[in-house]
Design a binder for this molecule. Structure first.
Ligand code: GTP
Ligand code: MG
Length: 200
């Protein structure tokens, strides 16, 4: 395969949403291919990395998985500031989590990065019998706010890779070519946790 024209993109990605919506579970499904029935609530935030290749573009995701508990709300700007993409997650079995997701979207819109690419994930799609938020409600809200919308399940893996591929596609389009290349930390694909980070 021709190696010319390869593009390397490093992108900061943040997940936001109510506690228990499944942010950590989505990231763990994507980064490690695993799912825990009793996933612990995140404290502060957790950091993961993952590399995705799309045709001639290699995307290195720096993923900030934030804590949904209200007491950590004030930390959130630290994680979404400078982010290229944000995934706002709600739980389709919880109307409260959908209301919370809308608030996150408003906060992101107010914080003034017009280039932020936003995604809406209605998670726990496997729990269809307990559904409280209609597919159309998520779709409609996403449309009104220029977001890409998917219903996902970290448990069954439904649409999880698709979500990150959609993000990668948008980022690849949005980011300028860097012909000299950047260093990729391929060794960190296992999604190591680091509590303190980072330059923005
Ligand atoms: N059935 C089902 N359960 C899920 C799914 N995703 C997450 N869960 C469960 O929901 C609970 C909460 O998931 P987490 O990933 O910890 O949620 P979170 O958004 O990271 O929560 P905080 O860290 O508190 O903000 C866990 O017990 C998960 O096993 C899903 O797609 N389907
Ligand atoms: Mg979590």
């Amino acid at each position: 395969m021709a190696r010319t024209g390869n593009k390397n993109v490093q992108a900061k990605l943040v997940l936001l949403g109510d506690m228990g919506a499944g942010k950590t579970s989505l990231v763990l499904r994507f980064v490690k291919g695993q799912f825990l029935e009793y996933q612990e609530s995140t404290i502060g935030a957790a950091f993961f990395t993952q590399v995705l290749s799309l045709n001639q573009v290699t995307i290195k995701f720096d993923i900030w998985d934030t804590a949904g508990q209200e007491r950590y709300h004030s930390l959130a700007p630290m994680y979404y500031r400078g982010a290229a993409a944000a995934v706002v997650v709600y739980d389709i079995t919880s109307m409260d989590s959908f209301v919370r997701a809308k608030k996150w979207v408003q906060e992101l819109q107010r914080q003034g990065n017009p280039n932020l690419i936003m995604f809406l994930a209605g998670n726990k799609a496997d729990l269809a019998e307990k559904r409280k938020v209609g597919f159309e409600d998520g779709e409609q809200f996403a449309k009104e706010n220029g977001m890409v919308f998917l219903e996902t399940s970290a448990k069954t893996a439904q649409n999880v890779n698709e979500l990150f591929y959609e993000i990668a596609k948008k980022l690849a389009k949005a980011s300028p070519s860097r012909p000299t290349g950047m260093k990729l930390h391929r060794g960190s694909q296992d999604g190591g946790r680091r509590l303190f980070c980072c330059s923005v």
